[in-house]
Each structure stands twice: as structure tokens, then as C-alpha cells.
Design a protein around this ligand. Structure first.
Ligand SMILES: Cc1cc2nc3c(=O)[nH]c(=O)nc-3n(C[C@H](O)[C@H](O)[C@H](O)COP(=O)(O)O)c2cc1C
Length: 396
């Protein structure tokens, strides 16, 4: 199967099927000397593994990470890092009923059309378990980014129609509830909503939001390898993602230029004007509202707002990167649905087996991993953008 590799300098190749002997990833291009232990990988895998709550599939997997290569005495060696998770709780017979029948909303029909053959056990490569490799690779990237002062944080923004409120936003809360929502009240409402959907044998979608902080300005390669284009590609490649937004995203289409543009401010100029740089209030010309200048970057330049989501011209502007991914409802539902079988006969299907009534809470760490990996790759790629930087590496 082609198309299993992502990245330019830092690359991941994921492999394995839902009900094969195991799944994993090979990460290549990671600089030598990075401290990396199996516990670093496990922490990430534990956030996506099934069986965490009654809203996650009842399949119980240990999902234990094993590092097979590329690490010696706790440090990366600069050689390919191969990581494996063995499948230990496959129940292939759960899927025998759908051997010849296409699940609506899943990839059964299109895989069969493409290859003339499909691994019907849990969807094979199109299963959510494929994301194990991505998450393990993302854990390596997060370690690398930590060395560079960059953090990537994802959480659930909405479950069906229930959205977190900006006023109640509390990141610490995201780790405290099963929805991964940084808003305890919204999480409680979302759980009640899901209970109702589960009782009806239905499923729901939602939105994951991801923030990248500490990324310097200048990361991203015009024109085909823009940072926003790469992030959208990376996140859109996750199963069930149907839309990706950067900054205001689709809402920007409803705005006007005078409000959508993020004004620039220089710390030096503000200091000369005798204002306290960190808390200087800037008059927003368009809205007439008083707005604080956001954090100043290395050059002392900041923006009054962040409608752009931290990216201009495909290059990071030093502000927080804001990305959102829209997930569709889980395709496998226990209600009867119309479908056809491989012989082209009309039939009905009621999907049995173990499926999440919502994908979003388990996908939060997958979005975080793909974002972290892509940002780390783009940071490495940026190192050759200026002659000065290249000379510095070689001491010339
Ligand atoms: C973490 C994760 C878990 C998933 N779990 C399920 C599941 O339990 N049942 C299901 O039908 N689809 C699940 N999916 C979604 C399918 O993999 C996906 O909808 C399918 O491959 C079709 O691809 P598409 O929705 O991108 O078109 C999951 C996806 C992810 C990312």
C-alpha cells in the first residue's frame, strides 16, 4: 500500500492492521542525542487507547509500546526509530457478518473498488487503530519540540452541538473528564447528550482544537509546502476528519478586511511612547474596542489579534497556531442501514462489534501528534533557509 509515509526530513511510516499481529511506525530523520524512553511513548498511547470509558469501544488492548531500534542508553542514535504495539484483543469473528457487506460511511466499498480485495477484520488499514503509529511518532516529535521550547496542546472543542465556552475555559479540566473538554459544565452536558445517542444506537461527531505555542516566526515553505497546507494535509489524513480550519477558518469568509486583519505593534515604538509594553492597550480601529497586544516575539513585534491563527503566507508569524479539525459521527452504528453486498445485491446491515459512539475524545491525541510531527519536520526543514544558519552549523 502506497501513501503510508509522512514528512520531509523527519518522516514516519506507519504499518499494521487492526486485527493483524501488531501495528507500528518507523520514524526516520530524528536528530541523535534526544532523550527518549518507552514511557514517553506510552504516555501518549494511553490517551488514545480503547476501554478508557463507557463512551469508548469496549475492546481492551494493552497498547504497550516497544522501541525496537534507534535508541541506545536512553538517547536517539540518529538511526530509524522503530516502534511496535502488539494486538492482543482481536476478535475477528465479530466481523465475519460484514465480510461481504459494505458498512455505510466506512471505507469497505472504496477499499474493495481500489484493491479488489479487503481486510474486513475491523477495517484493516482504515481502522482507527492505524493511528497508534501516528501517536507513537507524535510522542517522539513532542520530545523534540520540548527541546525547542514549543508545546502542542489539543482538546475537544465540541461534541455534537455542545461547545466549550470561552468564559469557562480551563485547560486543566481537559484531563479531568472523559470528553477531554476544557470546560467541566460542557463536558457534563456532552456526556448526557451521548448517553441519549447511545440509547438510540446512534453516533455523533465533534471538533478537536489544537494550539501550538512557542513556535518562532519564519517556519513554513512557500509555495506548495506552506505550514497551513502541511498541517491541513496531516490532520485531514486522520480517519473521519472532514474539515480543517486555521485561525478563524470558514468564519473569515463572513468577516470584513478591516476587522479580519491582525494589526502589528512594535515593543520598541511602544516603549518610546512611554507605554508599558506588555500591557499596552491598542485602539482597535475597526471595532473601537480596547485590545491588549499579544505576546511579543523575538523581534519585539506582536499582533493585536490572531484571526490568522498564527500563519501568514504559509509561514508562522510567532503567534499561537490555532487549528481545528471536524470529525464526522462514527460510521459503525447499531441501527439497521441500507447497503449492498459484494454480489451487488441490496441488503440491510446492523453493525455489531465494538465501536465508539464518538471518535473525538480518542482522536484528540491523534490531532496533537500529527500537528507536533508536522511542526517538528517544518522546523528542521527551515534550518537551511538562511546562509547564516548553515554557516553556523559548520562553524564557518
Ligand atoms: C481514533 C479513531 C477511532 C475510530 N474508531 C472507529 C470505530 O470504532 N468505528 C468506526 O466505524 N469508525 C471508527 N473510526 C473512523 C474510521 O476509521 C473512518 O471513518 C473510516 O476509515 C472512513 O474514513 P473517512 O471517514 O475518513 O472517510 C475511527 C477513527 C479514528 C481516528
Amino acid at each position: 500500500m502506497a501513501g503510508s509515509t509522512w514528512g520531509t526530513i523527519l518522516t514516519m511510516t506507519t504499518w499494521g492492521e487492526s486485527h493483524g499481529r501488531g501495528l507500528g511506525v518507523t520514524v526516520d530523520g530524528c536528530p541523535a542525542g534526544l532523550s527518549l524512553r518507552e514511557e514517553d511513548i506510552q504516555k501518549y498511547l494511553d490517551r488514545r487507547k480503547p476501554g478508557q470509558s463507557r463512551f469508548a469501544t469496549a475492546r481492551r488492548e494493552g497498547d504497550q509500546a516497544e522501541i525496537l531500534s534507534g535508541v541506545f542508553e536512553g538517547r536517539t542514535t540518529g538511526t530509524p526509530i522503530s516502534m511496535l504495539v502488539r494486538n492482543t484483543d482481536q476478535r475477528s469473528h465479530d466481523y465475519s457478518a460484514i465480510m461481504d457487506v459494505y458498512r455505510p460511511g466506512h471505507a469497505d466499498f472504496t477499499f474493495d473498488e481500489k484493491y479488489g480485495f479487503r481486510d474486513y477484520r475491523g477495517g484493516g488499514r482504515s481502522s482507527g487503530r492505524e493511528t497508534i503509529g501516528r501517536v507513537a511518532a507524535g510522542a517522539v516529535a513532542a520530545r523534540l519540540l520540548a527541546e525547542l521550547g514549543v508545546t502542542v496542546t489539543a482538546y475537544t472543542r465540541s461534541v455534537g452541538p455542545i461547545e466549550i465556552s470561552e468564559e469557562r475555559f480551563d485547560l486543566a479540566q481537559a484531563g479531568e473528564n472523559r470528553m477531554y473538554m476544557p470546560d467541566a459544565a460542557a463536558a457534563a452536558e456532552a456526556e448526557r447528550y451521548l448517553e441519549g445517542m447511545m440509547a438510540a444506537g446512534d453516533s455523533v461527531g465533534g471538533v478537536v482544537e489544537c494550539l501550538v505555542n512557542g513556535l518562532p516566526a519564519g517556519i513554513g515553505e512557500p509555495v506548495f509546502e506552506k505550514l497551513d497546507a502541511r498541517l491541513a494535509h496531516a490532520v485531514m489524513s486522520i480517519g473521519a476528519v472532514k474539515g480543517v480550519e486555521i485561525g478563524d477558518g470558514f468564519a473569515a469568509a463572513l468577516n470584513v478586511g478591516s476587522r479580519n486583519n491582525d494589526g502589528f505593534r512594535s515593543r520598541k515604538a511602544l516603549e518610546r511612547g512611554g507605554k508599558d509594553a506588555a500591557s499596552a492597550d491598542i485602539q482597535d480601529r475597526a471595532s473601537g474596542e480596547e485590545q491588549a497586544v499579544r505576546d511579543f516575539g523575538d523581534r519585539g513585534i506582536s499582533k493585536t489579534t490572531n484571526h490568522a491563527g498564527g500563519i501568514l503566507g504559509g509561514i508562522s508569524d510567532g503567534d499561537t497556531i490555532v487549528l481545528r479539525a471536524a470529525f464526522k459521527p462514527t460510521p459503525s452504528i447499531s441501527q439497521p442501514q441500507q447497503t449492498v453486498n459484494r454480489r451487488g445485491e441490496n441488503t440491510e446491515i446492523t453493525v455489531k462489534g465494538r465501536h465508539d459512539p464518538i471518535i473525538v475524545p480518542r482522536a484528540v491525541v491523534v490531532v496533537e501528534a500529527m500537528t507536533a510531527f508536522t511542526v517538528a519536520d517544518m522546523m528542521l526543514l527551515n534550518m537551511s533557509a538562511r546562509l547564516d544558519s548553515v554557516k553556523k552549523v559548520y562553524g564557518r
